[in-house]
Design a protein around this ligand. Sequence first.
Ligand code: TXA
Ligand code: MG
Length: 335
Amino acid sequence: MHTKRVSIEEAVSLLRQGQVVAFPTETVYGLGADATSDEAVARIFAAKGRPADNPLIVHIGRVEQLPQVAAEISETARALMDAFWPGALTVILPKQAGLSQLVTAGLDSVGVRLPSDPVALKLLQAVNLPIAAPSANVSGRPSPTTADHVAEDLDGKVAGIVDGDKAEIGLESTVIDCTVTPPIILRPGGVTREEIEAVIGLVDTAQPEVGETKAPKSPGMKYTHYAPKAPMSIVKGDPDFFQSVITNAQAAGKRVGVLVTQESRHAYRADVVLTCGNRQDASSIARELYHVLREFDRQDVDVIYGESFDEAGLGAAIMNRLRKASGYQVIEQEK
Ligand code: TXA
Ligand code: MG
């Protein structure tokens, strides 16, 4: 059956009945359910096809709800919330009893976020329950930045979709583990390391990003993510090198897609050239990235080559998602 677009009021009543509802946030669309109900949370994992050992972020609409979710709030965590909430920062804290065990995948910590999107806030405040919400995509696919992306992945699998604006940031929240000192950035995202360090001083970054042999700190780090259907590689080299990579693939009979920015959109001859923002403004790249990755699926390409980006500021999150989307395949020009 077709999933309906629902109003905030209808969404509130569905959530109270233990159903799952997708809703907009400023990062990406989320797939929400009552975080205190095992039954409701199980529906999220089923709809997404998400591995049960990957915990969900809990969303609240007011800081006053925090004690329902977290057992302990350190001074550092408090400083981060004061600085970045409402906004694109998820803080990992010791978990409160009363949340469904499924939400945290059995961990004794929980990720909490208070988003800034007005529709998300209105919904969360009206429902007045902690709401578990991963990104509203099928596991492994690029996260949704519009209600249409959600419907593409989850039509018929969820009780409702709240329509809203295109996500303003376009990449997920930054996840920071505040149960350790110094805190560790587990996932780069909408709030940059530079912004965080300006508030609380130096933080660590989870290492390594890939192929861990031991259990990763953030369970989500071990799964393939954000991937378009065609295999993708990041190409590092000058424009002639990039073009030779394209031409070789075409000579092998492949329909080639390339991901570029406005600056270089006329630089390459390929079958499909998709533009993702401009280099002067990393936020424009972040905002378009998932949409463009999904667009390659529609254009039915056999292989995708992407440019690479500077890792400063929001660039860290952009490159993190591109590396994952490409399964860490990099084609580098020999020096
Ligand atoms: O921007 C966002 O964060 C979006 C919107 C909807 O808020 N949500 C989102 O959720 O991206 P999800 O489930 O796609 O990603 C959550 C990430 C995963 O990598 C998960 O492993 C990690 O956060 N995570 C959640 N709880 C954790 C915990 N207690 N300890 C370590 N990592 C945790
Ligand atoms: Mg996700």
